[in-house]
Design a protein. Structure first.
Lengths: 87, 245
């Protein structure tokens, strides 16, 4: 499955963390792993395996109880939140 | 009653006409809005008809309407936070952010006895990072609706008369009266997300999250404060003001 980002109204990143303002006015502060996923999907789509490989290289596991093996679950959660979508 | 047919006040840079032909009501409005009375002959930007079954109800309605209309008029321009604020004589201000019912008016009333009263519920920050003074009437609970509208002066407060530079942002978390003071520094990203919950018209700003982050950076980081009584906050506010040099 390939994933791409959904548009946001604004986003702010600092120290590896990201906060986004969604079109429905929700504001979400993302975990380091979710922030990394959104960062690597900027302007491009990627498969779950591609995301896993690139995130593993950029995020030191474990982060906040999450590991890269949780990635598929995380991607589904991010999709439900309207941050990314399957293409 | 002015030549415009009411009482003209200035709220967040917006000239609001509180329209009434009732001389006694106009006198009461002038008294409670004393710190915000407009000067000059410019026409009002907004007109709010003042009405109510009783004078207290009309005064409460006027306070709500002025704030709502002023905040609405400056949407997309000012960063609006649901917050009280006090400032020192140098014009350095501490914002106390929280939702309705968190006790912001009590906090403003308590801390405003020591510092200058900026506002009790609507902090507006311009693109230069300056906090606009909005020393509106305080809505004081009397046990039954409507809340009594009191001028800051009548409560012994000194209203701020000009804009101020924020040097502290405290996210209020009121516990029980027995709770001890607990101050937790927040990283920028969580602070931005928490502050965003207490804003109005956020999506109408250009790069709104950056505006919030700019505020957080300007004050050296936001802090969450759990407290029991409004007086508990006094040393935290004093520390923020003293640390600003």
């Amino acid at each position: 499955m390939r994933w791409c980002r959904e548009p946001v109204l604004d986003e702010y990143a600092e120290d590896g963390e990201l906060v986004v303002l969604l079109p429905d006015r929700r504001v979400l502060a993302l975990s380091e792993l979710a922030s990394a996923v959104l960062a690597l999907l900027a302007g491009t789509a990627a498969t779950t395996d591609e995301i896993a490989a690139r995130v593993a290289a950029s995020v030191a596991p474990p982060t906040g109880g999450q590991t890269v093996t949780d990635l598929e679950s995380l991607l589904l959660q991010m999709s439900e939140l309207g941050l990314i979508r399957a293409v | 009653v002015t030549s415009h047919g009411g009482v003209l006040v200035e709220a967040l840079g917006v000239r609001v006409l509180l329209a009434t032909t009732d001389e006694a009501l106009a006198a009461a409005l002038r008294e409670v809005w004393h710190a915000c009375l407009a000067t000059g002959d410019a026409l009002p930007d907004v007109t709010v008809p003042v009405s109510g079954r009783t004078r207290e109800e009309a005064l409460e309605h006027a306070t709500q309407q002025v704030t709502e209309r002023a905040v609405s008029a400056r949407a997309g321009d000012l960063l609006m936070l649901h917050a009280a604020a006090v400032a020192d004589e140098r014009g350095h201000a501490v914002l106390l952010v929280g939702p309705s019912g968190m006790g912001k008016t009590t906090v403003a009333r308590t801390l405003g006895c020591r510092w200058r009263y900026v506002t009790d519920e609507a902090c507006a920050i311009d693109s230069g990072g300056q906090l606009l003074a909005y020393p509106k009437p305080l809505s004081v609970k009397t046990g039954s609706a409507p809340k009594q509208q009191r001028s800051p002066e009548s409560l012994g407060l000194t209203p701020a008369d000009s804009s101020a530079s924020p040097v502290g942002v405290l996210l209020l978390d009121r516990g029980s009266q027995d709770d001890t003071l607990d101050v937790e520094p927040l990283r920028t990203v969580p602070a931005v997300a928490l502050l965003a919950e207490h804003t109005s018209y956020l999506t109408q700003l250009q790069r709104p999250l950056h505006r919030l982050a700019d505020l957080v950076h300007a004050v050296g980081g936001a802090r969450r404060v759990r407290y029991g009584e409004a007086t508990d906050l006094e040393p935290v506010v004093a520390e923020a003001l003293e640390a600003s040099g």
